[in-house]
Design a protein around this ligand. Structure first.
Ligand code: KIV
Ligand code: ZN
Length: 512
C-alpha cells in the first residue's frame, strides 16, 4: 500500500483542548470542510461522554456521507452500545475502542491486572463486532507499556475482529527512533498484524508529534491520526497539514500518497482557528502568516529570481489565496459572491444576503476590504448560536478624566427591548456589567483577547471572550472596527451559548 489513510480527530481529540467548546452545527461545518479536504476518516466525538457529543455524532453521521465516520468508545459495554446508537446512521461507520495498556495506568488509575485488560479488550471488540465490521482498537499509553504486552493485546483484538490497531503516544513521551522501533516490533511480532491496518496517534508534549508520526509511516504504519492546526489535549496532536505536506513535498523520500486535496488546507485551518477560537502562531509551519514570507534581502532577491531558491512549497498548493483583487464599497453583490467562492465559501442565499449587508456597512468605514476582512465577516455568519438575547445598541463614555460608563439595549427572548447601564473599570468592563444586569446569569470571564485582522488604523478588531459557568467554558467571538462593539458582540455570543446550553433560561427569566 502506498497510500496513507488520513484519520482526522480535530472534532474529538482536538475538542479535548482546554477552552474548546463547539456546538453541533459548528462541528458539522468543520466535518463538511474535512470532507472537502479529502480526509479518509473523521473521528467526530465520544458519544458516551456527554449528550452534546452524542447529538453531534448523530448529526454528522447523517449528513456527511463520503468519509468513514468514527466515534470513540471506552471499553465498557454500555459505552460500546451507546456509541453504536450514535454512529449507526453513517454511510461508513467505525467504532474506536480504547483501553489503557501501560503498567503506570493499570496500577495507579485502573487498578487492574494485565489479564483483566486482555479479557476486557477482547470482549469489547467482540461486542462491537456484533454491530459492525469497521472496528479500531487503541491500547492507551502504548509507548510507556512493555512492547511484548502490546503485541499480545494487538494479537487478541485483531483475533476478536479489530480491523485497525492504533498505537497512541498518549503523553507525547516517545522519540522518533524509539517509536519506529516499536512499530517495526509490532509488524514482526504480532502474527495476525497483516489482517489489520497499523495506525499512529502522537501527542506533542515534546514537540515530536509530527516527527514520530512520519517515522511510524516510514516503517509501515498506513493510518495516521492528526488534527488541523495540531490542536488537542495539552500541547496538542500531530498536525494534519504538516504530515500531509511532508509526505507530498518529500515524495522522493517517503514514496507515499494521501487522498488530501491540499488546496483546501488554508481554508480548513482558518475555519478551525475561527470556530475553536485558537489563533495560529505566525511561524506555524504550512499555515502560519509568516510561513511563506521572506524578510531578509538575500532571500527576497532569490525568490524574485526563482521561487525554488528559498521556497520548498508553492503557497498556492496549500490554498493560500493569491488574488490581489481588493473589494471596496463600490463592489457589488456579484463581485462579493465571486470573491467568496474563490476563498472557498458557499453560503445559503439568506446567509449571503446578511453577509453582504455586513460587507457594505464595513466597506463604508474602510477604504479597502481584504480577504482577511471578508473571512472575518464570514466567520460571523458561521458562528451559529441560537440568539436568546440580541445586542441592539451599545454606547460608552470613557476617557482619562471620566468614569467608564456603558449603556446597552438588548432584545430579549420575547422580543422585548431591555436597557440598562453600568460603570466599570474600563469601557469593556462597563459593557459586560451592563449586559449582566439584564441577562443575570452567573459567569466568570476567564479570557479576553483582541487582535486586529489586518494592518492599518481602520482594521477590524476581533475579540475572543471565554466565560465559565459551573465548570464549563463557553467561547464567544465578535468583530467590528470598534473594539468596544466587538467586545460587546463577543460577550453576548458567549452568553447566548451558555443560555442555549441551559435551555434558554436566565436569572432574568426567573425574576420576571
Ligand atoms: O491519546 C490517546 O491515547 C487517545 C486515545 C483515546 C486513542 O486519544
Ligand atoms: Zn490522543
Amino acid at each position: 500500500m502506498d497510500k496513507v489513510i488520513i484519520f482526522d480527530t480535530t472534532l474529538r481529540d482536538g475538542e479535548q483542548a482546554a477552552g474548546a467548546s463547539l456546538n453541533a452545527q459548528e462541528k458539522l461545518e468543520i466535518a463538511r470542510q474535512l470532507d472537502k479536504l479529502g480526509v479518509d476518516v473523521i473521528e467526530v466525538g465520544f458519544p458516551a461522554s456527554s449528550p452534546g457529543d452524542f447529538e453531534a455524532v448523530c448529526l454528522i453521521a447523517q449528513e456527511v456521507r463520503r468519509p468513514v465516520i468514527c466515534a470513540l468508545s471506552s471499553a465498557d459495554s454500555g459505552a460500546v452500545d451507546k456509541t453504536w446508537e450514535a454512529v449507526k446512521g453513517a454511510a461508513h461507520p467505525r467504532i474506536h475502542i480504547f483501553l489503557s495498556a501501560s503498567d503506570i495506568h493499570l496500577s495507579y488509575q485502573l487498578k487492574k491486572s494485565r489479564e483483566d485488560i486482555l479479557k476486557t479488550s477482547r470482549e469489547m471488540v467482540a461486542r462491537a463486532r456484533n454491530y459492525l465490521d469497521d472496528i479500531e482498537f487503541s491500547p492507551m499509553d502504548a509507548t510507556r507499556a512493555e512492547p511484548a504486552y502490546i503485541y499480545q493485546i494487538l494479537e487478541t483484538v485483531i483475533d476478536a475482529g479489530a480491523s485497525t490497531v492504533n498505537i497512541p503516544d498518549t503523553v507525547g513521551y516517545t522519540t522518533p527512533r524509539e517509536f519506529s522501533d516499536l512499530m517495526q516490533g509490532i509488524l514482526s511480532n504480532v502474527p495476525n498484524i497483516r489482517k489489520a491496518v497499523l495506525s499512529a496517534h502522537c501527542h506533542n508534549d515534546l514537540g515530536l508529534a509530527v516527527a514520530n508520526s512520519l517515522e511510524a509511516i516510514r516503517v509501515g504504519a498506513r493510518q495516521v491520526e492528526c488534527t488541523i492546526n495540531g490542536i488537542g489535549e495539552r500541547a496538542g496532536n500531530a498536525s494534519l497539514e504538516e504530515i500531509v505536506m511532508a509526505l507530498k513535498t518529500r515524495h522522493d523520500f517517503f514514496g507515499l500518497t494521501t487522498g488530501i486535496n491540499t488546496t483546501q488546507i488554508y481554508r480548513m485551518s482558518r475555519l478551525v482557528s475561527e470556530l475553536f477560537g485558537f489563533p495560529i502562531q505566525p511561524n506555524k509551519a504550512i499555515i502560519g502568516a509568516n510561513a511563506f514570507r521572506h524578510q531578509s534581502g538575500i532571500h527576497q532577491d532569490g525568490v524574485l529570481k526563482r521561487a525554488i531558491t528559498y521556497e520548498i512549497m508553492d503557497p498556492r498548493s496549500v490554498g493560500i489565496p493569491s488574488s490581489t483583487l481588493v473589494l471596496s464599497k463600490l463592489s457589488g453583490r456579484h463581485a462579493f459572491r465571486e470573491r467568496l467562492a474563490e476563498l472557498g465559501y458557499t453560503l445559503s442565499e439568506e446567509a449571503l444576503k446578511h453577509a453582504f449587508q455586513g460587507f457594505k456597512e464595513l466597506a463604508d468605514k474602510k477604504k479597502e476590504m481584504t480577504d482577511r476582512d471578508i473571512e472575518s465577516l464570514i466567520a460571523e455568519e458561521l458562528r451559529t448560536t441560537t440568539e436568546v438575547y440580541h445586542l441592539d445598541h451599545v454606547e460608552v463614555s470613557c476617557g482619562d478624566h471620566s468614569l467608564p460608563t456603558a449603556t446597552v439595549r438588548l432584545i430579549g427572548p420575547d422580543g422585548q427591548s431591555l436597557a440598562d447601564a453600568a460603570l466599570g473599570t474600563g469601557p469593556v468592563d462597563a459593557v459586560c456589567k451592563a449586559i449582566n444586569r439584564i441577562v443575570g446569569i452567573p459567569n466568570e470571564l476567564t479570557e479576553f483577547t483582541v487582535k486586529s485582522v489586518t494592518e492599518g488604523i481602520d482594521a477590524i478588531g476581533e475579540v475572543l471572550i471565554r466565560i465559565e459557568s459551573e465548570g464549563v467554558t463557553y467561547t464567544g467571538r465578535g468583530a467590528s472596527t470598534d473594539i468596544v462593539v466587538a467586545s460587546a458582540k463577543a460577550y453576548m455570543n458567549a452568553l447566548n451559548r451558555l443560555l442555549a446550553a441551559k435551555g434558554g433560561s436566565s436569572n432574568a427569566d426567573s425574576q420576571n
